[in-house]
Design a protein around this ligand. Structure first.
Ligand code: 9D3
Length: 254
């Protein structure tokens, strides 16, 4: 069920290569880089510009607002990225027109040794660059952001978390709760009462079986209320199915 993870090399093609520092300097991904669990090569398309201004964009054929990233320059930047991380590395362009990412799609990328992420600015890429040099276009959802860098970094972050050894003890717990495809249960820590609201008594009971049961019921209930779309794909136990069926017949709270 968990296929082998080969992924350890990333190319990041962007006119703002320093943005990658958010990933390389902080938290789980920063530590993983320092531990040598992956590498990132940044490639700046401006290095392939032919004029003294470092122009990487031009006006759209047919007119209209905004600028388009030049195919000639983006192609050279991607070829350089391939020479650096691997000639066979799939090229992923981040784009509002791309397929929306999800854990299933990311799983399919973990078997690659290297991946090249291309982040655009302005209105987008010349379509001939996409058709000739891009293997996959990915979006992070139906919101408008200013460029592909942060979307690319979100996807890289999510992939890096799944490289063996990057997450410690958290890993198995996270993977376990992910595989059932449900939303997480609520979490609490001290103090026992905050602004008049107490921690659910069951969590103080010390009864681990009851606590586990409460948590899985909470996950199920929250998924039913907030993301019912996830339930059709969720991997539910017989017990969970019975709970769901009960809530389906009487729509009150648990
Ligand atoms: C006028 C049409 N807009 C396209 C939806 C213009 C436009 C908006 C934002 C063109 C480029 C961008 C920059 N966005 C990305 O590069 C991007 C993105 C996004 O905006 N949302 C979700 N996923 C992604 S991945 C790359």
């Amino acid at each position: 069920m968990t296929s082998h993870v080969s992924l350890s090399k990333f190319g990041f093609v962007s006119i703002f290569p320093e943005m990658i520092s958010a990933l390389t300097q902080w938290g789980v991904t920063g530590r993983a880089l320092r531990d040598g669990r992956f590498t990132i090569d940044t490639i700046d398309p401006r290095d392939f510009a032919t004029d003294k201004h470092g122009t990487v964009d031009d006006r759209p054929y047919g007119g209209g607002p905004g600028m388009v990233m030049k195919a000639t320059i983006m192609a050279q930047a991607v070829e350089q990225a391939k020479r650096q991380v691997g000639l066979n590395a799939p090229v992923i362009a981040m784009s509002p027109q791309g397929q929306c990412v999800n854990e299933h799609l990311l799983t399919s990328l973990l078997g690659q040794d290297a991946l090249i992420f291309v982040a655009g600015r302005y209105e987008g890429f010349d379509e001939r660059f996409v058709s000739q040099h891009v293997d996959l276009e990915l979006s992070v959802g139906d919101i408008v952001v200013s460029g592909g860098e942060m979307p690319a970094m979100m996807v890289m972050d999510s992939l890096i978390r799944r490289i063996p050894g990057v997450l410690g003890a958290e890993l198995s717990a996270e993977q376990d709760s992910f595989v059932d495809g449900l939303l997480d249960c609520p979490h609490y820590t001290r103090p026992e009462i905050f602004e008049g609201e107490a921690v659910p008594a069951v969590l103080l009971s010390g009864d681990h079986a009851r606590i586990a049961e409460w948590r899985t019921a909470q996950s199920l209930r929250r998924t039913l209320d907030r993301r019912p779309d996830l339930l059709s794909e969720a991997d539910l136990s017989e017990k969970q199915r019975r709970l769901l069926a009960r809530w389906d017949s009487v729509s009150d709270d648990i």
